[in-house]
Design a protein around this ligand. Sequence first.
Ligand code: PLP
Length: 382
Amino acid sequence: MNKIIYLDNAATTRVSEEVANTVTNAMTEDYFNPSALYLPSVNAATAIRKARETVKSAMHAPDGELYFTSGGTESNNTALFCTRKPKNSRIIVGMGEHDSVNVSANELKSQGYDVVFAPINPDGTVSVEEFKRLLSGDVSLVSVMHASNETGGINDIATLVKMTRQAAPKAVFHSDGVQAFGKIPVNLRALGVDLYSVSAHKLHGPKGIGALFIKKGVSVKPLLYGGGQEKGMRSGTENFPSVLGFEKAVESGIIKNFEGNYSKISQYREYLCAQLCEHIPDVKIITPMDKSVPNVLTVAFKDVRGEVLLHALEKHGILVGIGSACSSHHESRFKSLLGLDERYRDGIVRFSMSEENDESEINYVIKAIADEIFVLSKFRRV
Ligand code: PLP
């Protein structure tokens, strides 16, 4: 089989043809600096304002502003470092957050803030009870992701926000929505968050473009200073082609085709899960199937190393993940948090699909996994 079966869409997605055409056109035809004064530039600035409204309305945002950034990492760094925080105040961060939050939180800790990490459940979501225990009147910032990049588990953000408002009315609540936006309906009014991060390349948009939504009245300083673009919040010549590509991806993936894509991806995942359980011995499903994004299925295989299986499947043209692509070159801190039995701990594999996958691929995938697991576990016994 020469075709690639791409099952690592939580790491990144293929840019769709219409997004690629939009970006190419903006680079070759409408390449003007949106801050210049002549008409083509004024038109570019107008197009950016329209894109801002498109992305904002897709997240049902309350009063506030959406600022384009270079992606989820920059949005998360802005949320953590640039919100107003009294010296030494408490910051609560989920234990399973993406490194762009986790490493930033550790840096804030080294600057003297009282950073505490909210423990997670075996399915990767933050434990509401444990979170409650960490709340106190001097919390200045909370950062809990909407959906886990490792398991797809969805956090009960609305409840965490309510609990935070009661205990610490002045605290700013940030949620990293990078794995949720485009995968589940996102309604920031209902969630009640102050800040929300998104990234285009997880929904068939270009890499290197994302956004941070900031609710009206929440004080956030810029991370980057300079020419004052993005109303002074994010200096640097606007990434006009990618902004338009992001808008196109949102129009296609959220505004026009959300329901069709959602049911297709969910069915595909259900089938994969059922087939794995039927044909592969001792597989543990880690993703909470009833409260997760529809595109992620994280499992643990017994007595097999996820990394070895990843490379074995690659020989069959199947590309899967073993958790966050960003931390795949060093030991993932995440797997030790899940409380897995030792024989499963190294065997975590994340399958993440998109609407471009097809149910017919699954039988091939299952057969390849079954064959490889048989060989690999035999090898371990030698
Ligand atoms: N947050 C989460 C949950 C992610 O999964 C990722 C990317 O893997 C990021 C943040 C970083 O986003 P970006 O790659 O746009 O910087």
